[in-house]
Design a protein around this ligand. Structure first.
Ligand code: FAD
Length: 244
């Protein structure tokens, strides 16, 4: 088996889009051929460790990835392709500035020219064109993916969208009505779970996409399956991060 090596890309610019979210635009020769289009495209990102200008990334080889000898391994985290523009040669990733963590710290400091590694995009979500309604649930880490999911939903079918953010300053215009849930100083995921439980769903067979804090995702997945009677294959759920 030959794996594909991560692409080494460079920051072109970054922009604070809300107080706690920063958009980093990446580019570079190695972006050619990147398959970043579509809803919910996930990438592994390889961040340099302190003292490194570029992250060490593995080389593709039959039998698995081969890491450079003698170089410190990067911090690896999963992120979402918020926008990929092949013509402009640009890839946008939106980072939540949540505090500690190598990925959030890198994004906060990312300057034009900073290097980062990016894997091939993955992800299996596809909107079901025969569903009677869609439910899309997430927190701010899921907001970039939710935006791409909403872009891919068929028109004319009801979509219930629930997004938990800390307060109104973190809301973004996603071109679709969103039920914004403000966390305030409550535990992550608790207000979101309450809002989904209290909502009335349209009749018929629905499809759901949900991501966010892992315990909340587990709880809401069980709610959708056991209490709402949604089919297992119609509920696409991923824990994005774990509250400690
Ligand atoms: C498929 C997928 C797609 C994702 N897409 C995105 C995306 O587009 N944008 C994005 O911002 N995140 C996204 N995430 C979440 C992101 O990978 C995690 O938040 C990750 O932990 C951040 O890494 P870090 O190095 O900053 O912090 P870590 O070193 O992983 O964690 C350090 C500490 O911060 C806490 N922490 C981590 N994330 C959060 C948070 N959001 N809020 C509060 N505390 C936190 C941890 O509990 C830990 O205590 C995605 C995750 C997955 C699985």
């Amino acid at each position: 088996m030959t794996t594909t090596a991560p692409r080494l890309l460079q920051v072109r610019r970054s922009e604070r889009i809300t107080p706690r979210m920063i958009r980093v635009t990446l580019g570079g020769e190695e972006l050619a051929g990147f398959a970043g289009e579509g809803p919910d495209r996930r990438i592994k990102m390889f961040f340099p460790v302190p003292g490194q200008e570029r992250p060490a990334v593995p080389r593709a080889a039959s039998g698995g990835p081969v890491w450079p000898v003698g170089e410190a391994r990067p911090a690896i985290r999963t992120y979402t392709v918020r926008r990929f523009d092949a013509g402009a040669g640009e890839l946008d990733v939106d980072f939540v500035l949540h505090g500690d963590g190598p990925a959030a710290a890198w994004a906060a400091d990312a300057a034009p020219g900073s290097w980062v590694g990016v894997s091939e995009p993955g992800g299996r979500y596809e909107p079901d064109p025969t569903a009677d309604f869609h439910v899309v649930i997430g927190d701010e880490t899921a907001l970039p993916a939710v935006a791409t999911v909403l872009d891919a939903l068929p028109g004319g079918v009801p979509a219930l969208v629930f997004l938990e953010v800390v307060d109104a300053t973190e809301q973004q215009d996603l071109g679709t009505p969103v039920r914004w849930v403000h966390r305030g100083d409550r535990d992550a995921g608790v207000p979101l779970a309450e809002a989904v439980r209290a909502a009335e769903f349209p009749p018929g067979r629905g499809q759901a996409w949900l991501s966010g804090e892992s315990a909340c995702v587990k709880d809401l997945r069980a709610h959708l399956l056991d209490e709402r009677g949604m089919a297992r294959r119609a509920v696409y759920a991923t824990g994005y991060w774990r509250a400690r």
